[in-house]
Write a protein that binds this ligand. Structure first.
Ligand code: IMP
Ligand code: MG
Length: 189
């Protein structure tokens, strides 16, 4: 647990993507999505909790086209920084997605296992279409190939936090994408 008044920024080694870079890229992604979905008024953004909540909020507000939102929570990581490979559904969608156009909004694709699981789950419910929009991608870490329709940034194989992404549930509130100091990983909780 963090101590009261603990300054999260002192745990940061470097900022990988700053606030301006994030917003600029999100507006570009939103413009592309607006264009691709110009023929439908039935777009449903499915946010993969928890990590994608900040990205979803900004992406949704950058979109000009009408759309609805829903949320799904999956867990693939314990408290650590490497994927366990095991995916668990913690919270399901609140609505039927049959014949609807689905855009899955993810924070990051690492091994690709979480997304593969989500896709299989959603496809079984017979939506009209499913596409993926991820803020970050670590292509070098891919264990399962997944098609990504919209990618914000490709990043190197480093564990990142901020803008919704956590380390052991902390650092989500930082407004940028950052790399933690190695000492943070080594500290006993
Ligand atoms: P995958 O199943 O290995 O593709 O992992 C995807 C999930 O792992 C993401 O949705 C994140 O929740 C988490 N994750 C992967 N890499 C990072 C990282 O660098 N920082 C924080 N969370 C990460
Ligand atoms: Mg995630």
């Amino acid at each position: 647990m963090n101590l009261p008044n603990h300054d999260l920024r002192q745990d940061i080694a470097s900022i990988l993507i700053n606030e301006t870079e994030l917003q600029t890229r999100i507006w570009q992604l939103a413009a592309a999505i607006d264009q691709d979905y110009a023929q439908t008024n039935d777009l449903l953004l499915v946010c993969a909790l928890k990590g994608a909540y900040v990205f979803l909020a900004d992406l949704s507000r950058a979109l000009q086209r009408p759309h609805h939102l829903d949320f799904m929570a999956l867990s693939s990581y314990g408290g650590g920084t490497t994927s366990s490979g095991a995916v668990q559904i913690l919270m399901d969608l609140t609505q039927d997605i049959k014949d609807r156009h689905i855009l899955v909004v993810e924070d990051i694709i690492d091994s690709g296992r979480t997304l593969t699981y989500i896709l299989r789950l959603l496809q079984a419910r017979q939506p009209a279409s499913v596409r993926i929009c991820t803020l970050l991608s670590k292509p070098s870490q891919r264990e399962v190939e997944v098609k990504t329709d919209y990618v914000g940034f490709e990043i190197p194989d480093e564990f990142v936090v901020g803008y919704g992404l956590d380390f052991d549930q902390s650092y989500r509130q930082l407004p940028f994408i950052a790399v933690l100091k190695p000492s943070i990983f080594l500290t006993e909780k």
